[in-house]
Design a protein around this ligand. Structure first.
Ligand code: MN3
Length: 199
């Protein structure tokens, strides 16, 4: 079965004014769709076409002859999680179990937010900032281009896309304002808590 572009889990204008309908149409219907289309073209009639998306990511990481497949599979996986990392009227208070784990591993929710924002800000060029479960501890990490912690034995819980296409229409070069908005009005803490519980 071919890989598919999942519909956005909310209407295109549901994140306004933080992220515009124009940004979501471009980001989901053009950028994300292109990675899905490329992945299908690259895996057509190969054994990889029978694998799950996560399996393709893990099977192709670090293999020079499969770099293009990894890049597109990683981008599809990362974008799927990005759309699930944000929601209308996000932000706010954290579910208790996630809050307790963040306090245990980062000292405080404020310290976590500061470090996460800094990771997104200092990812040079295109990439991603993540909250992951690494072993039994939460960690913040960043990846460049299509790379993903999934390929490196970690469980992704939250991700913010810091490729310019994610924010340039709404924030131009002000990546820091996009990251602040992500943490205060977009982030879906319940989704992250559910992924932590399932890990
Ligand atoms: Mn993107």
């Amino acid at each position: 079965m071919a890989f598919e572009l999942a519909p956005l889990p909310y209407p295109y204008d549901a994140l306004e004014p933080t992220l515009s309908s124009q940004t979501l149409h471009l980001h989901h219907d053009k950028h994300h769709q292109t990675y899905v289309t490329n992945l299908n073209n690259l895996t057509k009639d190969t054994p990889l076409a029978a694998l799950s998306l996560a399996e393709v990511v893990k099977a192709t990481v670090g293999k020079p002859d499969q770099q293009a497949i990894f890049n597109n599979a990683g981008q599809v996986y990362n974008h799927d999680l990005y759309w699930s990392s944000i929601k209308p009227a996000g932000g706010g208070s954290l579910p208790g179990a996630l809050e307790a784990k963040i306090i245990q591993d980062f000292g405080s929710v404020a310290a976590f937010k500061e470090a996460f924002q800094q990771a997104g800000l200092t990812q040079f060029g295109s990439g991603w900032a993540w909250l992951v479960l690494d072993g039994d501890k939460l960690a913040i990490t960043k990846t460049g281009n299509a790379d993903t912690p999934l390929a490196h034995g970690k469980t992704p819980l939250l991700v913010v896309d810091v490729w310019e296409h994610a924010y340039y229409v709404d924030y131009q070069n002000r990546r820091v304002d996009y990251l602040k908005a992500f943490l205060e009005t977009l982030v879906d803490w319940e989704g992250a808590a559910a992924r932590l519980k399932a890990a």
